[in-house]
Design a protein around this ligand. Sequence first.
Ligand SMILES: [Zn+2]
Length: 487
Amino acid sequence: MKKLLPFLVFALFTPFPVGTFWAEARADGLPNLGEASQADFSPQMERKVGEEAMNDIRLHEPTYIDDPEINGYLTRLVGRLAANLDKGSQQSFEVFALRDPMLNAFAMPGGYIGVHTALILAAQSESELASVLAHEVSHVTQHHLARMVSNQQQSQMAALLALAVGVLAARSRPDLAMGAMLGGQAAAVQNQLSYSRDFEREADRIGIQLLEKSGFDIRGMGAFFVRMDKFGRIYENGAPGYLRTHPLTTERIADMENRIQGRPYKQVVDSLAFHLVRAKLRSQEGSSQDAVTEFSSQLKEHKYVSEAAAHYGMARAWLRDGKPDQAEKEVDNLSRLKIASPMIETLLAEIQVKRGEVPAAIKSLRAARSQYPDELGIGLLLIDTLLDAGRFQEALRVIVEEQQSRPTDARLYLLMARTYAGLNQQFRQHRALAEGYLLQGVLHSAVEQLELAQKAPDGDFYEQSQVDARLRTLRARLADEKLERRQ
Ligand SMILES: [Zn+2]
């Protein structure tokens, strides 16, 4: 959370007392509820704060899982919910996983939602997982976080919101630099920072509606929340993270039960992706030997909900344990089941690479890519495999194709820089790095790379003048940011 630090320093040294704000706001058990529509807190500002926090998480958060298959699945699941939002509150969401044993999920302004792996693994059905996500989506669409701070002046709001987001993201990890820096104050804010009962009730109500409209089993919500509550009791502090940020009262449970009562029972079939994502996460838990033991016993004792996912997890566990031949046998078992998934295609290619069959892996990834053109996981693995094989021109073609549908993906620019490095094209390498860093929100590194591009011997006149212009714009922005922080 390094980039939040200037914000935090700013928050702590302005005359405005952060701790008092929370205490005052919560004196009656409720924060000062501002209106979401209040002009002094624009959706653009929410988006900006959320984006910065997201960039920090991607760059500095060690538990962030940079896996397009897992995050892609979660984002699509939320997309299914978001498609049923009222016209006025429609927006896009990005969902990501953090490797964390605390049951938790949190929403940041701007539509970013983080989910801990423990919560994904604790969900017994896709509807249960969707119920937590629907609740989080509702916190976002109702602008709850912003409303908690929106009675402050605009300049202080950004800082407060950043602080709130940082604390939410870091609440289960007191070892984070930010937590250490804030010390006692972080703890004080953490204790104050939970949504009010009104916000919780609103998020439950809207969440259940969303869940139902989207075709999930709404019973998942009550059941999952009660189970989390029970599970939480084994924690020393009495509650898992989720219920500390979203306090679960008997009133909330009764409310949920009332809403669910009388509704017809609905059998909802979980998607294959739900099971595969869980198996992938499970195969990464503990040691590789633990993972092998876990899936071996699942298969031997038929202790699984999805046979395909059990074989998939077994293959991933063998692969992690350095036994690609064993892993391939599991893929054979998968093809016997006649199921298709892009996640199985990438697994197969990873096994082929480990077995030294690189051309075969590239061939199967190319075939998979035309079958699933929207799957970034396949494209990224193909690019990576091509680069490792020194096939730079081919890699470049795939990167440019992927960029057409994802022009703001920093990863593609960083891979492009790697490609140009391989082709020994210095000017283009630095320019691609600059764009990648810019998209990651690291402005000063972007400027540095453009300066290196200026000095590179292989840029033509036209390209060089483009870089000059870009550099002027970015230097001006950098100066603005410095000024903003000094204020
Ligand atoms: Zn909540």
